[in-house]
Design a protein around this ligand. Structure first.
Ligand code: ADE
Length: 240
């Protein structure tokens, strides 16, 4: 997979893309991530990428020319499965969208900023609009990082063998069971006996029960969906 990110604030992406799983996935050649500075496609010496909205009003709008030119330069190089705009009024991101996107080949992410983007960018360039939740961020950069992290960790080889993403919360349709590590007793708090005893079937049953208990308490909406459609949460079927 290759991911190209078009942004007016490339520095916002630098360190998150170069730490932890995203760094390892790039080193392992599971994904190639390239950040493009929108200001490189500006037409004036001030490198302007935004302007005030026609009709008046507060805030600034991303201009069409730099975004079109940045994206068209990429489209001339290779084919892309999706051109994704991060915007508060897009479809709300979730695990099943992450699974779906993780099966695609090349992706372009456009980070909206300021008041929004010129509507012609959505009309002509964008194939999908994603929001990471019902709140307003200053721009799409943090949203793009969120989506990219959730997608890349699903790609075969991104995580070590022992860290498979398939058992994550949401991937099963339920929240995870509680987790413990050494020591077996800490400040008087003991790790449940079943986890220490080494009976794998008993551990599996305990985890399932705790997972249902936790989901029932915290996310009754998820438990209803799980009970009525047990196969609804489908992990992505990546080719080996
Ligand atoms: N830009 C501003 N708010 C956003 C959100 N909630 N999701 C994605 N992009 C955004």
């Amino acid at each position: 997979m290759r991911i190209d990110i078009v942004t007016a604030f490339p520095k916002m992406l630098e360190s998150p893309l170069n730490e932890s799983m995203l760094k390892k996935a790039q080193e392992r050649k599971v994904v190639e991530i390239v950040v493009h500075d929108l200001r490189d496609y500006a037409h004036d010496k001030h490198r302007t990428v935004d302007d005030s909205p026609y009709g008046g009003g507060a805030g600034m709008v991303l201009k069409p020319e730099p975004v079109f030119e940045a994206v068209e330069a990429l489209l001339a190089e290779r084919t892309y499965s999706e051109v994704i705009l991060l915007t508060a009024d897009g479809e709300t991101f979730n695990q099943s969208i992450a699974n779906e996107i993780s099966l695609k080949a090349n992706l372009i992410f456009i980070c909206g900023h300021y008041k929004g983007v010129d509507e012609r960018i959505r009309e002509r360039l964008v194939t999908r609009e994603i929001s990471i939740g019902d709140y307003v961020l200053t721009g799409g950069e943090i949203a793009a990082l969120t989506v990219i992290d959730a997608v890349v960790r699903l790609l075969p080889g991104a995580l070590g063998d022992s860290e498979s993403a398939l058992n994550d919360s949401f991937q099963t349709g339920l929240l995870d069971s509680p987790q413990y590590t050494r020591p077996a007793e800490f400040r008087g708090m003991k790790v449940p006996e079943v986890l220490l005893a080494g009976d794998h079937e008993e551990v599996r049953k305990w985890r399932e029960a705790k997972s249902i208990e936790r989901t029932t308490a915290r996310r009754p909406d998820l438990i209803e969906k799980f009970l009525s459609e047990p196969d609804a949460a489908k992990a992505p079927a990546h080719k080996k």
